[in-house]
Structure formats: C-alpha cells, structure tokens
Design a protein around this ligand. Structure first.
Ligand code: DON
Length: 308
C-alpha cells in the first residue's frame, strides 16, 4: 500500500511530543545550536515520487549517517580489502566506545558504523588516496544526494576538532595496534569533515533511494555501486546502524537505517523507499527520539519491516 500524505501528517503530529523525550548532543558544543523541537521527514520512492512532512528545511550536519557513504565509497573503490580493517559484528557498546578495540579483534573495529570503524575505513581511503581522499568521498556524497551545494559546516568541523579527544584516542589506539599507518591528524581531519557535511532531509532521502535501488539511479541511468555492495550495506545498516539499540530497532521498525548525533536518520526500504528524517533531540543511545517513534509508526502501519 502506498504511504498517504494524511497518514504521514498524522504520524508526524503524533511523534512530535517525543522530541521532549530527548536531548541535543552536547559533547560537540556547536550541535547545541540546533532546534530541539524540530521534526521532519522526506520520502522518495524508487520511481522518484516525493512526499514530506514537518521541518524539511532544517539544516543539520550528517554526522554518523555519513558512515554509510564512507563504507560504500571504500567498498566500491577497493572491494573486500576493506574488511581487512573492519569487521561486521554488533558491539552492544556506545558508538564511541573504545573497550572492544582492546578486548576483541586485535585492534580492528567490530563494524564500520561505529566511530572506531568509520575512522578505520577513513584511514584506508586516506592511505590509498592521500589528501584527495576526503574530496573524492565528499563528491561521492554529493552525487548520491543529487545536491552539488552540500558543503562542510566549518563551525561544526572546528567544534569537532576542538573536542574530539575520544575520537583521537580511538585513532591512536588503532594506529598503535598497527590497524592503520596513515597520520592520525590526516585521518581525523577527513573523518571530522565527513561528519560535518551540512544536509537536509531530502538529501538523506536521495542517498537512501539509491541504496533502495541497489546502487542504480534510474533518473540518470548511472550505477553508483554494485548490487553486492548495496546488499552488504543494507545488512550492516540493519544489524549495526542504530548503535546499541540496533536489536530493539530491528524488532520495532525493521528498516535498515543509520542515525547521527545531529539528529538525522537515513532509512532504506529495499526496492521501495528512501527516507530522510531530522529530529535533533536524541535518546540515551544517540538516536533521534522522535525520529525513531515516527519510523516505528510508519513501519507498523505500512508493513515496511524487511522481516515481514
Ligand atoms: O565522531 C563523532 O562523535 C561524531 N562526529 C559522529 C558521531 C555520531 O553521529 C554518532 N551518532 N549517533
């Protein structure tokens, strides 16, 4: 059944109070400037039909949603060699946890969608492409989003650099374990900048739509990545995309998704929809509180779970 505008409006209204259940991310001070009450959703079906509701003009930094793009870029450019540096297992730890780098996998992060894992994937790109790595990744992101004007929010980037000591610890530990050899400063510059791309919900919906179409953009006839890489990305999103609530999210929503501390969620309904959501108030795991509520209503009403 096609999603109707009236139900989208209704679910948005019903989910709005959940913005009060969350808090803005404060560990990157610049993110405290966001509007805690905002909630918006943009849906594009695989054929290009668009629907939206709520605060779709809100600008926010992509944050960890970018980890999906980094993964696809690396897989497409370098194939399974990427998995010499990262695993594909859930951690059940916070997104910025360091503990399993020491206790599991010999310094190799458990998956590419936690901070340690995205830093490792970024190190791989930086080693292969040097300073051009970030620009190539950034251009890939713009292409998938069909938006040439996406750029890095400089204040958020600088805020991340100033306060990113946990990420520095994750990077130095990995370098100490010989997981990568690139300069930590170069890797983190690319990683922080990637997280600081400023987007709107439509951009996330466009990226998700290409993934829903298994890497193919029907508008331009361009294949951006292989079906195999699309399949692996959706699998990793569904097992690891919502951090240490990925399991509960799979039960309640069942849509491959990735969240970010800017309040964005990007969701892929395979073969059907690309979805972008913004709701900057985060639950205790770092996922958009109202965004998860909204996705849960949508999924349950329209049977969007991939586990149906
Ligand atoms: O590295 C960080 O901490 C942020 N740039 C991104 C973290 C993030 O979005 C985790 N999301 N829930």
């Amino acid at each position: 059944m096609d999603i109707t505008q009236s139900s989208l409006d209704q679910f948005l209204t019903e989910s709005k109070p959940y913005t009060n259940n969350g808090k803005l991310a404060s560990y990157i001070p610049e993110l405290l400037k966001a509007n805690q009450d905002a909630l918006g959703i943009y849906i594009i079906d695989v054929n290009g039909k668009e629907m939206y509701a709520g605060d779709i003009e809100t600008r926010f930094t992509i944050q960890s949603v970018s980890k999906v793009v980094t993964l696809i870029y690396a897989l497409e450019a370098y194939g399974d060699e990427v998995f010499t540096r990262i695993g594909v297992e859930q951690t059940a730890d916070a997104f910025n946890s360091i503990i399993k780098l020491e206790t599991r996998n010999n310094g190799k992060p458990l998956n590419p969608l936690i901070n340690a894992g995205a830093i490792a994937t970024t190190s791989f790109i930086v080693e292969k492409e040097g300073k051009n790595g970030f620009d190539n990744l950034s251009n890939f992101l713009r292409k998938l989003a069909k938006n040439d004007s996406i750029d890095v929010n400089q204040s958020v980037y600088e805020s991340e650099q100033r306060t990113g000591d946990t990420n520095r610890a994750l990077a130095y530990f990995q370098k100490g374990q010989r997981t990568f050899s690139a300069s930590v400063d170069d890797v983190l510059e690319a990683y922080f900048k990637t997280c600081s791309h400023e987007v709107q919900v439509k951009d996330l919906a466009n990226i998700a739509r290409v993934i829903a179409n298994n890497g193919f953009d029907p508008d331009t006839g361009v294949r951006y990545f292989s079906e195999r890489n699309a399949r692996m990305t959706k699998a990793i999103m569904s097992t690891c995309g919502m951090y240490d609530s990925s399991g509960e999210f799979a039960l309640m929503v069942g849509i491959p998704s990735k969240s970010g501390v800017g309040g964005g969620i990007m969701s892929v309904v395979p073969g059907e929809y690309g979805i972008g959501i913004i709701g900057p108030a985060l639950d205790e795991k770092g996922n958009s509180a109202a965004g998860v509520a909204l996705l849960s209503k949508l999924s349950q009403e329209y049977g969007l779970s991939i586990f149906r």
